[in-house]
Design a protein around this ligand. Structure first.
Ligand code: GLN
Length: 193
C-alpha cells in the first residue's frame, strides 16, 4: 500500500513537497480543511510565512484538528515556517504555535531575505552532507531534554525530533536530493505497522 501523506496547503511551498513525494511513489493529499486530515500516514507543514499560515489555519478551523492528529501519534514534519508553528509559542502574537515539540524557535534569526543561504547540513542518519537551503530561516535556540538532534550545520541545531514530530529550519523540498523525504516516509511506514 502506498503511503498517504498530507501537506498543509494554505500558503507556502507545499507544491515542492508534493513533487518530492511523487518522485518517491507516495500519495500526497493537499490539506485545506479538517476532513483532509482523515486517514493520513503522515503530515507535512511546509515553509512559507508563519504569520499568514496562522491566520489561514484559524480561518479554516484547523488548529485543533491538527493538534488531534499529532496527539494520535502520526508522524508530522515541519520545514522552516512549519517548524515555527510546531515549536513553543514565541513572543509574536501573530503566530499561534501548536506547541507540539519542546523547542524554542527565533523567527528570521539570520536576517532578511538577502541573508538567505545554502550550507552543508550533517544529518545523523545520512552518510554524506545534505545541502540545506535556509530562506529567512528561524533558529532553534533551545531544545528540551527529550528532543533529539537529527541535523546540524556548524554548531547550530537545524533539525530535531521528539516522538512523532520532526522539525527542520531548512528546506529539503527545494533541493533535488530526496534523502530526507525518504527518511520521513520510512518513519511513516514504521509508525503505520
Ligand atoms: N520567515 C518565515 C516565517 O516567519 C519562515 C520562512 C520560510 O518558511 N522559508 O514564518
Amino acid at each position: 500500500m502506498r503511503l498517504r501523506i498530507g501537506i498543509l496547503a494554505l500558503q507556502g511551498d507545499f507544491v515542492p513537497h508534493a513533487m518530492m513525494l511523487k518522485r518517491l511513489n507516495a500519495e500526497s493529499r493537499l490539506v485545506r480543511k479538517a476532513s483532509d486530515l482523515i486517514d493520513l500516514d503522515g503530515l507535512i507543514l511546509p515553509g512559507g510565512e508563519s504569520t499568514t499560515m496562522t491566520r489561514l489555519i484559524e480561518f479554516a478551523s484547523l488548529h485543533q484538528p491538527i493538534l488531534t492528529l499529532i496527539a494520535s501519534g502520526i508522524p508530522v514534519w515541519g520545514t522552516c515556517a512549519g517548524t515555527i508553528l510546531l515549536g513553543k509559542q514565541g513572543t509574536d502574537p501573530r503566530v499561534r504555535s501548536l506547541e507540539a515539540i519542546d523547542i524554542e524557535v527565533a523567527r528570521n534569526a539570520y536576517g532578511r531575505q538577502s541573508e538567505s543561504f545554502h550550507a552543508d547540513v550533517i544529518i545523523r542518519e545520512l552518510e554524506t552532507p545534505f545541502e540545506g537551503i535556509f530562506i529567512r530561516a528561524p533558529k532553534i535556540v533551545s531544545i528540551g531534554d527529550s528532543v533529539q538532534v537529527k541535523g546540524k550545520f556548524n554548531d547550530e541545531i537545524v533539525f530535531v525530533e521528539q516522538n512523532n514530530v520532526w522539525a527542520s529550519t531548512f528546506h529539503p523540498e527545494l533541493t533535488s536530493d530526496v534523502r530526507i523525504h525518504q527518511l520521513f516516509l520510512k518513519f511513516c511506514e514504521e509508525k503505520k505497522r
